[in-house]
Ligand binder design. Structure first.
Ligand code: BES
Ligand code: MN
Ligand code: ZN
Length: 497
């Protein structure tokens, strides 16, 4: 996406489509006012005829408005002026994005000039740039040619004043980078398990590393992992014909001695449950069990595109989980890289089995913080639905920062408790721990399991089981929690803390 930021008056700006906002009380945004007076009160007439109410997300596309410097005028309702909160603004932007048809190649978006409660024009612009860019996404690479249609939108112009042009331009670029990263994540995630295998992900990582001088990639195969003692991770891939991979993407944008921010993403390219086989309904959606890993790919993609001046490492343990003569059996006991033994009471709790060894592996990077991201538990969907991802960890500052980043990015996370009482549920009669903790508090006990491998650093875990993809008619990956993660690192790179 190309972005232009300028202070040209909306009545003089050239574009294929001007996007402007109006409020429910009949008040117009500054550009709407200017266009209204230049174009014979066309907007206020529509309002007085009650053809336009300005309800949140309401939209009307006008064509060939006389005296307008644009061939289309898209009018978006913003609701009540005094109530313009971030969520209403997002709703308006999403409505605008949906109304832009396939022929429109460039737009001038004036929605960002309005005042959103507690936000500034940079935030407005970042959101607008992200939402409008993301709206061009389509996954049609596996459909035959005649089905293919994709939006032509290639350029967005945003307004700024002469004094803030630079920060607004940066915000537009950041929003675009987040959207590009989300599209990248969605592509990886939407690919089926027969195409997107651990080896495919490893190849994609090598390809990504070529895109930036600051980025390198290292892939460990099964025999290299065996040498490191990753008995837990390898027990999962034993039941699959696809070789497991441990992928590391290392971005060096900071000083040599700056400790890296480390992200570990679950990369289960298909989770059938193993011998504890899952029921058939919606099992196809378990191709999305690599969304945590995909979000780490996306994060690195954005960090490299924005050339952030920090060090960031992404680690993706990748495997399939299938039933097979060599697969884990309930009751099997394996030894993790950390030396702790695990009784596998349910082979479907495989995410933690691959993550625990990856979490031991990343100790060697002497991380500033470690965040793991995983579609770890169905229980998370029961607890939080598809609105918030769960966050849980051993460092309250890190958790608070992730929650704040999620709020800022409209990609929310909600904390669950990591209390000792829950650790009890992981007791095993035969090994150091069991890999499941029973029906109750499934998301918490999964995190309790991981916490036993993260004692040496500041760590948080994001369970994205409910947020990483949508089911039903709109089935598809969402690209979450890339906005949260990129916001967190933007804060680290440029923020005050
Ligand atoms: N990948 C699943 C979790 C999942 C299930 C995510 C459905 C999204 C939708 C994970 O590997 C899993 O199977 N977890 C089990 C754990 C249980 C056996 C303790 C679960 O949640 O049922
Ligand atoms: Mn599973
Ligand atoms: Zn899984």
């Amino acid at each position: 996406m190309e972005f232009e930021v300028n202070s040209i008056d909306a009545t003089k700006q050239l574009s294929s489509c001007h996007i402007i906002g109006i409020f429910e009380d009949g008040e117009l945004s500054p550009s709407a006012t200017a266009i209204d007076s230049k174009c014979n009160n066309i907007i206020s007439n529509l309002i007085s005829q009650k053809d336009l109410e300005g309800k949140p997300g309401q939209c009307l596309m006008l064509h060939n408005v006389p005296d307008l410097s644009s061939s289309r005028l898209l009018i978006i309702g913003l609701g009540k002026k005094e109530k313009l909160k971030d969520k209403v603004f997002i709703k308006a932007l999403s409505a605008a994005a949906a109304a832009i048809n396939e022929n429109i190649e460039d737009v001038a978006c004036y929605l960002t000039e309005v005042e959103v409660a507690e936000k500034d024009i940079d935030w407005n612009t970042r959101q607008a740039s992200q939402i409008l860019t993301a709206s061009t996404y389509k996954f049609d690479q596996l459909k035959s040619d005649d089905d293919k249609t994709s939006k032509a939108l290639g350029k967005i112009t945003f307004p700024a004043s002469d004094t803030n042009t630079e920060t607004v331009a940066l915000a537009a670029k950041q929003g675009g980078a987040i959207a590009d990263a989300m599209s990248y994540v969605k592509d990886l995630a939407n690919l089926p398990g027969n195409i997107c295998t651990p080896t495919y992900l490893a190849d994609k990582a090598k390809e990504l590393a070529k895109s930036s001088k600051q980025l390198t990639c290292k892939v460990l195969n099964e025999s290299e992992m065996a040498k490191l003692g990753m008995g837990s991770l390898l027990s999962v891939s034993k039941g699959s014909r696809e070789e497991a991979k441990l992928i590391t993407l290392n971005y060096k944008g900071g000083t040599k001695n700056a400790k890296p921010y480390v992200f570990v993403g679950k990369g289960l390219t298909f989770d059938a449950g193993g011998i504890s086989l899952k029921p058939p309904a919606q099992m196809d959606e378990m191709k999305y069990d690599m969304c945590g890993g995909a979000s780490v790919f996306g994060l690195i993609h954005a960090v490299a595109a924005l050339e952030l001046p920090i060090n960031v490492i992404g680690v993706i343990p990748s495997s399939e989980n299938l039933p097979d003569g060599q697969a884990n059996k309930p009751g099997d006991i394996v030894t993790s890289m950390a030396g702790k033994t695990i009784e596998i009471l349910n082979t479907d709790a495989e995410g933690r089995l691959i993550l625990c060894d990856a979490l031991s592996y990343v100790e060697k990077f002497k991380p500033e913080i470690v965040v793991d991201i995983a579609t770890l538990t169905g229980a998370c969907i029961i607890a939080l639905g598809n609105v918030a991802q769960a966050v849980i960890g051993n460092d309250q500052d890190l958790i608070d920062q992730l929650i704040e980043s999620g709020t800022q990015a409209c990609d929310p996370a909600w904390q669950l408790p990591l209390w000792d009482e829950y650790q009890e549920q992981l007791k095993s009669n035969f090994a150091d721990m069991a890999n499941i903790g029973g029906k109750e508090a499934g998301t918490v006990t999964a995190a309790c399991f991981l916490s036993r491998f993260t004692e040496d650093y500041n760590w948080a875990h994001l369970d994205i089981a409910g947020t990483a993809w949508k089911s039903g008619k709109e089935k598809g990956a969402t690209g979450r929690p890339v906005p949260l993660l990129v916001n967190y690192l933007l804060d680290k790179a440029y923020g005050n803390d």
